[in-house]
Design a binder for this molecule. Sequence first.
Ligand code: NDP
Length: 318
Amino acid sequence: MSSNTEHITCLIIGSGPAGYTAAIYAARADLKPVMYTGLTPGGQLTETTEVDNFPGYPKGITGPELMEDLKAQAERFGTQVRFGLVTKADLKATPKRLWIDETTEITADTVIISTGASAKWLGIENETRLRMNAGGVSACAVCDGFFFKNQDVAIVGAGDTAAEEATYLSKLCKKVYMIVRRGEGEMRASKAMQHRVRNTANIEILWDSETADILGKEAVEGAIIKNNKTGTSREIKITGFFVAIGHKPNTDIFKGQLTMDELGYLQIIPGSTKTNIEGVFAVGDCADKTYRQAVTAAGSGCMGALDAERYLGAAALH
Ligand code: NDP
């Protein structure tokens, strides 16, 4: 560590709703937070269109606008928001040592990790195109299902998320095709969730099925579904295409230091944002595989900043 290594009281890694809310609270508590945004400043919400379920916006707001507002609010109280990626960390050191973009070393008294999770996608060209131009491809039924009220949609996946989101969509949409790549009896979702989707009249499960293509120029108009047992294909007419094949928490750089579950979600002490290392807090989707909403992420970001403030206060007394 060189003598001119920058030292930060409260470092926030990641710039989604959790990170910005942590920044607002930390800045107002005079912790002089510095945030490194990661490669997608604003996080997952910058890839969605309308956000209708974030409290305080009765007319809705676009994801990018919401993130700009949160950034402006964090900066108003003095948060330094910097574009950059934390590529390495030694969290057990005192102070904690971290490296930005593999080159610049910094040290920190407290670290709030809000690196989020990334939705997995099928990787089909038209999926990417129609997702990017807000054409009806989404990885969040709770966020975007409302736009497909009384329409026919499809959802890919067979885990608890897919089953839960198919059920959610079935209440809004006319018909929901659930595209499952395995056969009947091999569905991954819990028995209770399976029972629910199988017994919902407007959910049709397409077993042994994979998405060969998504159709539509400006917006989704259909999909080509291939049966991987028989090799036959069929076209379904839909206006919305949901992907629920899992998320990957962005926590790889903390492996071996922070306790995480088998999927990589950071484990925190229940009722707090504390990780297994003192002074390191985890907030938002990187530590939450259950709720994954902007507002729950924001709430946990607030908790992270309060936990960091208390930690620093207690440390100052020693
Ligand atoms: P999972 O990893 O459990 O399931 C992913 C699903 O997507 C699997 O059915 C998998 O198929 C399928 N899949 C993966 N890749 C592809 C692909 N390329 N094409 C088609 N299908 C694909 O993820 P979930 O998000 O569903 O759940 C994550 C965790 O969160 C789980 O532990 C789950 O139990 C938990 N959870 C709990 C909830 C609750 O308790 N209320 C709600 C939601 C999630 P295959 O089975 O063939 O591998």
